[in-house]
Design a protein around this ligand. Structure first.
Ligand code: NAP
Ligand code: GLV
Length: 321
């Protein structure tokens, strides 16, 4: 009997999400199992047992009556869960070393940029000005991570090893050596009050939507060595209120921000965020999923699943992440 096919539903482009790149990788990992690109190939929908998706159109998965599991090609599943017609099958998200290390690189790089006053040094270079400022040590800076999941915990350890004072906030407590844990809504204020650089690695859920807003920014520490609070958001754009970010930068509630994700992506060309001197922007590429690493991850999970072993990193539909 032919093996159940894998269907690819990728809202892609020419970059990391080019569907043909993913199809070639899946074909090489899945051997004699058919891989079909829903946008391009002709196939029998009943032959499809698995789907690998990135931002699929709402309702698109209803086309497959014998679907057994869906693999989201990223860590965040908010786009998939916003589809009320999502079928009653397990949804597996990406959680692997490759993606995790990429996010830690991003968080460490931007934390260091703010800590080492890189925006000021860049401006000095533009003016050919040799004007070193006092530089404080990492141990003088309090970093707070919203979301102590797979990504938050890894980034926290890396920052801790550089000497920063690190704390994390999450739904449930996560004890770790040298990293203070704050859990639940009741502990958010205390966590914010000790934070100079706030890193957001939360998933987007009904509970977290819009959490990065003026009332939250106003609770961040104002007595730190940086001269004002800094926010780094690499979670999801729906976590932030961009009008609040701009207004808080302009009135000094925030000193600077790094944003990888936006309320609407791609960020509109006329967004004032592009030109704001205290905003650093990246195009939602803090931690790309690499087709080589993830095709192998999905292929191994299918082998396990068909052998009766449990799927890993299955999303809890009730929690929404
Ligand atoms: P994860 O392992 O599921 O961790 C999520 C963390 O958020 C957990 O610590 C969880 O608390 C916490 N959390 C969720 N809801 C909360 C709430 N209402 N209050 C307090 N804490 C809450 O996820 P992950 O793998 O670390 O990924 C996190 C997010 O990063 C993804 O969902 C995605 O949106 C984003 N991401 C972005 C990129 C990019 O390129 N920009 C790449 C990958 C991922 P508990 O530990 O108590 O459950
Ligand atoms: C990217 O944004 C991801 O969720 O993996």
């Amino acid at each position: 009997m032919a093996k159940g096919a894998l269907a690819l539903l990728i809202r892609g482009g020419t970059d990391n999400w080019a569907p043909e790149r993913w199809k070639a990788r899946f074909e090489s990992e899945l051997g004699d199992r058919a891989v079909v690109s829903v946008a391009e190939d002709r196939f029998d929908p009943r032959a499809v047992h698995y789907a690998a998706v990135w931002k699929p159109d709402a309702g698109a998965l209803r086309a497959f009556p014998d679907l057994k599991a869906v693999f989201n090609l990223g860590a965040g599943v908010d786009a998939v869960l916003s589809d009320p017609t999502f079928p009653q099958v397990p949804l597996v998200r990406v959680s692997d070393e490759d993606l995790t290390s990429r996010m830690t690189e991003y968080v460490v790089m931007h934390t260091l940029m703010h800590h080492r006053q890189q925006a000021y040094l860049d401006a000095c270079q533009q003016r050919r000005e040799w004007a070193p400022r006092l530089q404080w040590p990492a141990k003088a800076v309090r970093v707070g991570i919203l979301g102590m999941g797979v990504l938050g915990r890894h980034a926290a350890q890396a920052l801790r090893s550089l000497g920063f004072q690190v704390a994390g906030w999450s739904r449930t407590a996560h004890a770790a050596d040298g990293i203070d844990s704050y859990a639940g809504p009741d502990r958010l204020a205390a966590f914010l009050a000790r934070t100079d650089i706030l890193v957001c690695l939360l998933p987007l859920t009904p509970q977290t939507r819009g959490i990065l807003c003026r009332p939250l920014f106003a609770q961040l520490a104002r007595d730190g060595v940086l001269g004002g609070p800094v926010v780094i958001n690499a979670g999801r754009g729906g976590l932030q209120i961009e009008d609040d970010i701009l207004a808080c930068l302009d009135d000094g509630t925030l000193k600077a921000v790094t944003l990888d994700v936006f309320e609407r992506e791609p960020l509109e060309v006329d967004s004032p965020l592009w030109r704001h001197p205290a905003v650093r922007i990246s195009p939602h590429n803090a931690a790309d999923t690499d087709p080589d690493a993830i095709a192998a991850y999905v292929a191994a999970q299918i082998v396990d699943f068909e052998a009766g072993r449990p799927l890993r990193n299955v999303v809890d539909m009730g929690r929404g992440y």
